[in-house]
Design a protein around this ligand. Structure first.
Ligand SMILES: Cc1cc2nc3c(=O)[nH]c(=O)nc-3n(C[C@H](O)[C@H](O)[C@H](O)COP(=O)(O)OP(=O)(O)OC[C@H]3O[C@@H](n4cnc5c(N)ncnc54)[C@H](O)[C@@H]3O)c2cc1C
Ligand code: FES
Ligand code: FES
Length: 1263
C-alpha cells in the first residue's frame, strides 16, 4: 500500500497510520492526475492505507512534507490549524492538513459546507474539532478569537507545487501497454485495453478486479483473504455519457459520479431529476471524502461487492437502473433488482464478467424517488438501515401505477418489499392505503433474534419509519448537515508583564512541527540496523487450558526469526497490580479472547504477520465462562477488596422519606481510540545488558521497572524515552508496560532491535478500555424535591485481570455525591472478574460512569415528582451550597460550583429556552427537543500520596539556551507548553530560549504517571523549583550587572564556576483515604464545571443533533487558556461519544466485534454542537496548585452527559405523547437505537408487539 511505501521506503513519516482501513483519515495524501481530454489537472484526497502503489502509474502524490515545512516555508493550511490550537497530540493533524489542502487546490474559496464535507473522513480524538473548524473557517469567513487572523499567511495558490510536466506528457501519449508487477506471492496486472481485460478475466475468473480497493483491500488485510492474481482495470472502464438518463462507467469513483449527477440535475428538467437527487444524496454520505475520491470506491465495485449495507444498491434497484455486463462471450444488459443480488456478496454476474457501465434513468412524469439512510453517525459510517423508494402515479391522479421499495441492512442482501408494493399498486396514495402497508411490512421484513449486527427491533422499526418518512417527506426537514455555528470562548488574563507568558493562549509548542509532519512519534523513528518486527498472537478462546503451542510452521516461513513464549522470559513472568499477578504471556490457561499468548518476530511486519497467522494453539475449553456482571454476581466473581462508604443513616433516611424510588442504569464501556496505536522500539545496546526503550507511554518509569523485572536486570540498565504520544487518555500505562516488556524479551533473546506497533484491531482487542458499569439505586425524597437518602450499588466489568479496576471502583465511591449534599448516602462498588479483555484507566477513572448513575437518579426523582420545569430544579435544591463535608469528611467550599451553575443557567438562557422547547414539542409530533444542565465536582490528585510527587532537571547551556526535563509526558494535553511557560516566568526569559526534548528515565528518575489531571500541577511545581534554584544562584551576578543580558549572566556564571544545572522537586499533597474509617482527604482540591445542552431528536429514527452547548468551568487562573479550552472541548466531545454513540460489541462467546473505526464510532466533525460556548469562570483562584490554576484534563468528560440527558428529555416529551409518564430507564450510550425505541412511537410498538425475541441467542452480549 502507498502508506507503507511512503513511511518505510521513502522515509516520509508525516503520513500516519491510524487504522489501516480508510476510517480515520490519518493517512490522507493528495493524488493528482492530468486528464488529457479536458486538459485539467484533477486533485483528490485519498487514504494512503488503502491505495495500492501499483495503481498510481501516471499519478503525482503530494504528502504533508511536500506542501511546507518549518525549515523552509509553512503552507497556510499548516499554519492555521496550528495557530487555531487545532493540533493537540498532533497525530491526526497531517491528515487534516492534507484533506484541507486538497480542498483548497480544487477550490481556493470554499464555503463552510465544503470544509466540513472535506474533513468528514478525518477523525480527531483530542480537540473536539471546534478549533480545527475555526482555523479552517479563516479560508471562508469569520474572525477567530484565540488567535489573530491578521497574523496569518495568506493563501496564494500560485505558490503551490506544480504537477510534474513529464506526467502530463505521459498522459497525452495514451499508454496502452499492459503493466505487470510481480511480488513475493502476488501478481498485479493492469490491462491496457478492454479486450485484454476480458481475456484476463477469462484466464483468471477468480481474480478480483481491483478498482478502489476499498472492499477487496479490507478483505485481504483484515480477513486474511489471499488473491495470487489481481486485475486492475481502472483506466479501461471509466467513461460516462448522457442518454435519456445517465450512463456511467462502472469504474468511475463516487466523487466523479457525484459531479456527473450534479451536472445532470442542472441539465435535465427538474421533474426528471428525482432519481439523480436521491442517488446524489446517498453518495454524499458514502464514507469520507477520501473514500469517495479517485480510484477509490467505484460504482462498479460497490454493486459487484453486493454487501447488504450498500447505500447505493437499494436506490439503484428502486430507481430502475441497469448495468451492462461484458465478457469474452459478449455483452448483456442486466437490471439491478432483487434478482440481481443472490445473497451476501453474491450477484448473478458470471466469474468472467465485468460490469462495464451503469445506466441511471431520469425520472418520468409523476414519478417520485427518494433514498433514506440511518447510520450510527451522520457522516463516515456504514448505514444501519437504508432504503430506496419509488412511486409512479397515474397521470393527474394519486393512484399508484408502480412502486418499488428496497431496504438495505436488514438481511444478507438488499430486500424488496414486494408484498407491500403489491398492496399499494392500483390504490390511491392516502392514509387508508398506507396504514395497511405497515403491518404487511412488519410481516415481510423479518430479522431473527441473532441476526448479525444486532439492533433487531430497531432495524425493523426503521423499515416502518423510513416508509412513513417517504410519505411525510415534504414536511420533514431535519438539521443534520448544517454548518457549525460560531463558537464563543471567554477567558480572563490576569495583569502581568508583557514578557510573562503565563495565562496567555500560547500555541502548543510543537503544533507547527505536528502540522508539517516533522513531529516524531515512536513509529517514525528510523529503522535500525538488523531491526525485527514483533506481532502478538492472542487467544481465540474466552476460557481454556492451553494444551499445546505449535509454532513449527511459523518458523519455516520466510523472514520469521523466532517465536517468543512465556518460557523465554528471563525474569519475572508477570506484573503485579493491587495484589494480583497478571501474566505477560499466558502459559497454561487463557481467560479471555485477546489475551497475549506468544509473539512472532520476523524481518518485516508482513513476515511477522504471516508467521503469527501460522502459529497453532490447541485449547481445552473450560466451561465456567463469565461475561456479564450478572453472571459475575451470581458466581461471586470479584476482585477484592470490595469497598463501601456510608454517611448518616441510609435506612432511617429512606424510612423518613415521603417517596422512595428504585432505579438502575447501564453504562457501556469505551475504547480509548488514541489515534496512535501502542508503539515500541527496543534496542539492546549489546553491553552490560543495557536496553533503550522508545515508546508511547504515560508512565515511563513504570515501563522501565517492568522491563527490568521481566529481563531480570537492574533498572539502571533500562532507559525509557518518550518524545510524545499520539493520544493516550489513560490507555497507555499498564498494558503498555506489558507490551514493552514482551518486546524487550524479544530484543534480549535475539540480540536485535525489535519494533512492535499494534494494528488498530489488535490494539482494540488487547488493551481494554473504560469499564462498563451497572448502577442500581434506591432513593428517598420529599415532595419538595429534597433527597433524604440514597443507596448506590455499582458493578464494574473489570475483565479477566485486575489491572486498575479496584482503584476505579474506589474512585467511583469517592464521587458518589457529585455536587449534592445528600445527608444519608451509601455506596458499594465491586470490580467484577469476567472472561473479557481487562479494562483499565480511562480519562475520569470511573467518575463519568459513577456520576451518570447519580444524575440518572436525580432525573428519576424529577420525573417521579413530575416537576414543572419553571420550578427550582431537583439539582438546585440538593446542591452543596456552603462550606461542607463530603461523604468521606473532606471539607470544601462549593462557592465556585454554585457560581458555575448560576452562570451557566444565565448564559444558556435556560429557563427561557425551556419554555421555547416545550412549545416546540407541543407543535411537533415526530421531532422533539430536549434540554439538560448538569454540574460536576471533580477531585484532583491521587489518593495514593506518593503518586503526587514530581521531579525536574533544568540545564542552562553556555549560550543561554535552557533544556528542561520533567516527569510528565506530552500526549496532546499541552504539558510541555505549560511547563515552558512556567520556566519562562521563573527564569524571566522568553519561551524561545527554552526547549523540552523528551521524557526520559535517564534525566528524571522515579516519575509518576501523567494522569489524574495532575501532570501540570506536579511537574510544573518541580520545574518551578528547579528554575528558582537556578535563578537564585544567578542573583549575585544579576545584582552586579543589572543591565546585563541573560547570555552575559550565564557565561559569567560559568566562568565563576556556578553550576548551571539544577534538579527541582515537588513533594505533592499528602493525600490519603482510610477505607476502614471511610474518611480521608483523597484530593488536593475540586475542579467545578456545569454544562447545558439542547438537542433535537427525530423520534422516528432516533437521530439527534446537538443544537447548542454552553459550558462554564472553574479552572482557577488558567496557565494557558487555549490549551485548557482545548482540554475542555476535547473531553466534552469524548464524553458525548461515551454517552451517546460509542458502543463496544462482544459476541456471545466473548469476541470483540468492534475493532476499528468502521464498527466503532467516535464523534466526528458532524457531531460538534451547532453552537458551542465555553466560558472560564472569572475571578477564581486556587491556593492548592501552581499559579492558582486547576487540573482540567478529565472533569469535563462528564459534561458530555448533558447531551445524554437532553436526549432523555426529548424522549420524555415523545413518551408523553404516547401516554407514558414517569421515570424510565435509558441506558448509555443513548444511541439512536435506544432513543428511538424509548420514544415508544407507533412503529416501535408494532415491531415489539410482533416480537421476534425467542430462545435464540442475541447477536451481541449485554455486558
Ligand atoms: C472506510 C470506508 C467507508 C465506507 N463507507 C461506505 C458507505 O457509507 N456506504 C457505502 O455504500 N459504502 C461504503 N463503503 C464501501 C465502499 O463504497 C465500497 O467498498 C466500494 O464502493 C467498492 O468499490 P471499489 O472500487 O473500492 O471496489 P474494490 O474493492 O476494488 O472491489 C470490490 C469487488 O468488486 C469487484 N468489482 C469491482 N469493479 C468491478 C467491475 N467493474 N465489474 C465487476 N466486478 C467488479 C471486484 O472484483 C471485487 O470483488 C465504505 C468503505 C470504506 C473502506
Ligand atoms: S490509516 Fe488510513 S484511514 Fe486510517
Ligand atoms: S490532535 Fe487530533 S487525534 Fe490528537
Amino acid at each position: 500500500m502507498l502508506l507503507s511505501f511512503l513511511r518505510k521506503n521513502l522515509r516520509l513519516t508525516g503520513t500516519k497510520y491510524g487504522c489501516g482501513g480508510g476510517g480515520c483519515g490519518a493517512c490522507t495524501v493528495m493524488v493528482s492526475r492530468y486528464d488529457p481530454q479536458t486538459k485539467n489537472i484533477n486533485h483528490w484526497s485519498v487514504n494512503a492505507c488503502l491505495l495500492p502503489v501499483c495503481q498510481l502509474h501516471g499519478a503525482a502524490v503530494t504528502t504533508v512534507e511536500g506542501i511546507g515545512s518549518t525549515k523552509t516555508k509553512l503552507h497556510p493550511v499548516q499554519e492555521r490549524i496550528a495557530k487555531a490550537h487545532g493540533s493537540q497530540c498532533g497525530f491526526c493533524t497531517p491528515g487534516m492538513v492534507m484533506s484541507m489542502y486538497t480542498l483548497l487546490r480544487n477550490n481556493p474559496q470554499p464555503t463552510m459546507e465544503d470544509v466540513t464535507e472535506g474533513l468528514a473522513g478525518n477523525l480527531c480524538r483530542c480537540t473536539g474539532y471546534r478549533p480545527i473548524v475555526d482555523g479552517y473557517r479563516t479560508f471562508c469567513e469569520g474572525q477567530p478569537e484565540l488567535f489573530s487572523k491578521g497574523d496569518l499567511l495568506p493563501l496564494d495558490p500560485t505558490q503551490d507545487l506544480i504537477f510534474p510536466p513529464e506526467l502530463m506528457r505521459l498522459a497525452e501519449v495514451k499508454d496502452q501497454t499492459t503493466q505487470r508487477f510481480c511480488g513475493e506471492r502476488m501478481t498485479w496486472i493492469s490491462p491496457g485495453s478492454l479486450n485484454e481485460l476480458l481475456q484476463l478475466k477469462a484466464d483468471y475468473p477468480q481474480a478480483p478486479l481491483v478498482m478502489g480497493n476499498t472492499n477487496i483491500g479490507l478483505d485481504m488485510k483484515f480477513k486474511g483473504i489471499f488473491h495470487p492474481v489481481i486485475i486492475s482495470p481502472t483506466q479501461v472502464i471509466s467513461e460516462w455519457f448522457v442518454f435519456v438518463g445517465v450512463c456511467v462507467g462502472a469504474g468511475c469513483s463516487m466523487s466523479f459520479l457525484k459531479s456527473v449527477l450534479e451536472r445532470s440535475i442542472n441539465d435535465f428538467p427538474p421533474e426528471s431529476t428525482h432519481m439523480f437527487r436521491a442517488l446524489l444524496q446517498q453518495i454524499k454520505l458514502v464514507g469520507g471524502q477520501q473514500i469517495r475520491n479517485v480510484a477509490v470506491s467505484t460504482l462498479g465495485g460497490n454493486i459487484a461487492s453486493a454487501y447488504p449495507n450498500s447505500d447505493l444498491t437499494p436506490i439503484l434497484a428502486a430507481g430502475r437502473c441497469t448495468l451492462v455486463a461484458l465478457s469474452k462471450d459478449g455483452r448483456r444488459r442486466v437490471p439491478i433488482d432483487k434478482d440481481f443480488f443472490l445473497g451476501f456478496a453474491k450477484t448473478v454476474l458470471k466469474p468472467d464478467e465485468i460490469v462495464l457501465s451503469v445506466f441511471i434513468p431520469a425520472s418520468r412524469p409523476n414519478e417520485i424517488v427518494h433514498a433514506f439512510r440511518h447510520a450510527p453517525r451522520k457522516e463516515s459510517a456504514l448505514a444501519t438501515v437504508n432504503a430506496g423508494m419509488r412511486v409512479w402515479f397515474n397521470e393527474n391522479s394519486n393512484v399508484v401505477k408502480e412502486i418499488s421499495i428496497y431496504y438495505g441492512g436488514v438481511g444478507a442482501t438488499i430486500l424488496s418489499a414486494d408484498r407491500a408494493c403489491q398492496q399499494i399498486v392500483g390504490r390511491p396514495w392516502e392514509e387508508a392505503t398506507l396504514s395497511d402497508v405497515y403491518s404487511t411490512l412488519v410481516d415481510e421484513i423479518k430479522l431473527g433474534p441473532s441476526a448479525p449486527g444486532g439492533k433487531v427491533d430497531f432495524r425493523r422499526s426503521l423499515t416502518l419509519s423510513l416508509f412513513f418518512k417517504f410519505n411525510l417527506l415534504r414536511y420533514m426537514v431535519f438539521l443534520y448537515r448544517q454548518n457549525h455555528g460560531i463558537t464563543v470562548l471567554k477567558w480572563e488574563i490576569c495583569g502581568q508583564s508583557a514578557q510573562d507568558p503565563v495565562g496567555r493562549p500560547m500555541m502548543h509548542r510543537t503544533a507547527l512541527s505536528q502540522a508539517t509532519g516533522e513531529a516524531v512519534y515512536c513509529d517514525d523513528l528510523p529503522q535500525t540496523d538488523g531491526e525485527l518486527f514483533l506481532v502478538i498472537v492472542t487467544s481465540s478462546r474466552p476460557h481454556a487450558k492451553i494444551t499445546h503451542i505449535d509454532f513449527s510452521e511459523a518458523l519455516k516461513l520466510p523472514g520469521v526469526v523466532d517465536v517468543i513464549t512465556a518460557k523465554d522470559i528471563p525474569g519475572k513472568r508477570f506484573r503485579t497490580f493491587t495484589g494480583y499477578d497478571e501474566e505477560l504471556l499466558a502459559e497454561d490457561e487463557v481467560t479471555c479472547v485477546g489475551q497475549m499468548v506468544c509473539a512472532v518476530v520476523a524481518d518485516s511486519k508482513a513476515h511477522a504477520k504471516r508467521g503469527a497467522a501460522a502459529v497453532k494453539i490447541s485449547y481445552e475449553d473450560l466451561q465456567d465462562r463469565i461475561f456479564t456482571v450478572e453472571e459475575a454476581i451470581e458466581k461471586e466473581s470479584f476482585f477484592l477488596p470490595r469497598r463501601q462508604i456510608e454517611r448518616g443513616d441510609v435506612e432511617k433516611g429512606l424510612r423518613e422519606a415521603e417517596q422512595v424510588y428504585e432505579g438502575e442504569i447501564r453504562i457501556g464501556g469505551q475504547e480509548h481510540f488514541y489515534l496512535e496505536t501502542q508503539s515500541f522500539l527496543v534496542i539492546p545496546i549489546g553491553e552490560e545488558k543495557e536496553m533503550k526503550v522508545y515508546l508511547s507511554t504515560q508512565h515511563p518509569a513504570f515501563t522501565q521497572e517492568a522491563v527490568a523485572e521481566t529481563l531480570g536486570i537492574p533498572s539502571n540498565r533500562v532507559s525509557c524515552h518518550v518524545k510524545r504520544l499520539g493520544g493516550a487518555f489513560g490507555g497507555k500505562v499498564t498494558k503498555t508496560a506489558i507490551l514493552a516488556s514482551i518486546t524487550a524479551v524479544a530484543a534480549s533473546k535475539t540480540g536485535r532491535p525489535v519494533r512492535c506497533v499494534l494494528e488498530r484491531g489488535e490494539d482494540m482487542l488487547i488493551t481494554g478500555g473504560r469499564h462498563p458499569v451497572w448502577g442500581i439505586y434506591k432513593v428517598g425524597f420529599m415532595k419538595d424535591g429534597r433527597i433524604t437518602a440514597a443507596d448506590f450499588q455499582y458493578y464494574a466489568n473489570a475483565g479477566n485481570v485486575v489491572d486498575e479496576s479496584v482503584l476505579v471502583a474506589e474512585k467511583i465511591l469517592l464521587h458518589l455525591d457529585n455536587a449534592y449534599n445528600i445527608p444519608n448516602l451509601r455506596g458499594r462498588s465491586a470490580a467484577c472478574k469476567t472472561n473479557l479483555p481487562s479494562n483499565t484507566a480511562f480519562r475520569g477513572f470511573g467518575v463519568p460512569q459513577c456520576m451518570l448513575v447519580v444524575e440518572s437518579m436525580i432525573d428519576d426523582v424529577a420525573l417521579k415528582l413530575g416537576r414543572l420545569p419553571e420550578e427550582v430544579s431537583i439539582r438546585e435544591i440538593n446542591m452543596y451550597k456552603e462550606v461542607s463535608l463530603t461523604h468521606y469528611k473532606m471539607e470544601f467550599d462549593p462557592e465556585n460550583l454554585v457560581r458555575c451553575w448560576n452562570e451557566c443557567m444565565k448564559k444558556a438562557d435556560f429557563r427561557q429556552r425551556r419554555q421555547g422547547i416545550d412549545l416546540f414539542n407541543q407543535q411537533n409530533q415526530f421531532k422533539k427537543r430536549g434540554i439538560a444542565i448538569v454540574p460536576i465536582k471533580y477531585g484532583i490528585g491521587f489518593a495514593e500520596a506518593f503518586l503526587n510527587q514530581a521531579a525536574a532537571l533544568v540545564h542552562i547551556y553556555k549560550d543561554g539556551s535552557v533544556l528542561v526535563s520533567h516527569g510528565g509526558t506530552e500526549m496532546g494535553q499541552g504539558i510541555h507548553t505549560k511547563v515552558q511557560q512556567v520556566a519562562s516566568r521563573e527564569l524571566n526569559i522568553p519561551t524561545s530560549l527554552i526547549h523540552i526534548s523528551e521524557t526520559s528515565t535517564q534525566c528524571v528518575p522515579n516519575t509518576c504517571p501523567s494522569a489524574a489531571s495532575f501532570g501540570t500541577d506536579a511537574n510544573g511545581m518541580a520545574v518551578k523549583d528547579a528554575c528558582q534554584i537556578l535563578y537564585n544562584r544567578l542573583e549575585p551576578i544579576r545584582k552586579k550587572n543589572p543591565k546585563g543580558t541573560w547570555q552575559n549572566w550565564i557565561i559569567t556564571a560559568f566562568l565563576q564556576k556556578i553550576s548551571l544545572s539544577a534538579t527541582g522537586y515537588y513533594r505533592g499533597h499528602d493525600l490519603d483515604m482510610d477505607w476502614e474509617k471511610q474518611e480521608g482527604k483523597p484530593y488536593a482540591y475540586f475542579t467545578y464545571a456545569v454544562g447545558c445542552s439542547e438537542v433535537e431528536l427525530d423520534c422516528l429514527t432516533g437521530e439527534y443533533r446537538t443544537l447548542r452547548t454552553d459550558i462554564v468551568v472553574d479552572i482557577g487562573r488558567s496557565i494557558n487558556p487555549s490549551i485548557d479550552i482545548g482540554q475542555i472541548e476535547g473531553a466534552f466531545m469524548q464524553g458525548l461519544g461515551l454517552y451517546t454513540m460509542e458502543e463496544l460489541k462482544f459476541s456471545p462467546s466473548g469476541v470483540l466485534y468492534t475493532r476499528g473505526p468502521s464498527q466503532y464510532k467516535i464523534p466526528s466533525f458532524c457531531d460538534v454542537p451547532l453552537k458551542f460556548n465555553v466560558y472560564l469562570l472569572a475571578g477564581s483562584s486556587n491556593p492548592h496548585a501552581i499559579y492558582s490554576s486547576k487540573g482540567i484534563g478529565e472533569p469535563t468528560v462528564f459534561l458530555g452527559s448533558s447531551v445524554f440527558f437532553a436526549i432523555k428529555d426529548a424522549v420524555t416529551a415523545a413518551r408523553k405523547d404516547a401516554g407514558l409518564t414517569g421515570p424510565f430507564q435509558l441506558n448509555s450510550p443513548a444511541t439512536p437505537e435506544r432513543a428511538c425505541l424509548a420514544c415508544a412511537t407507533h412503529f416501535t410498538q408494532m415491531v415489539r408487539d410482533e416480537s421476534t425475541s425467542g430462545p435464540a441467542q442475541p447477536w451481541a452480549l449485554n455486558i
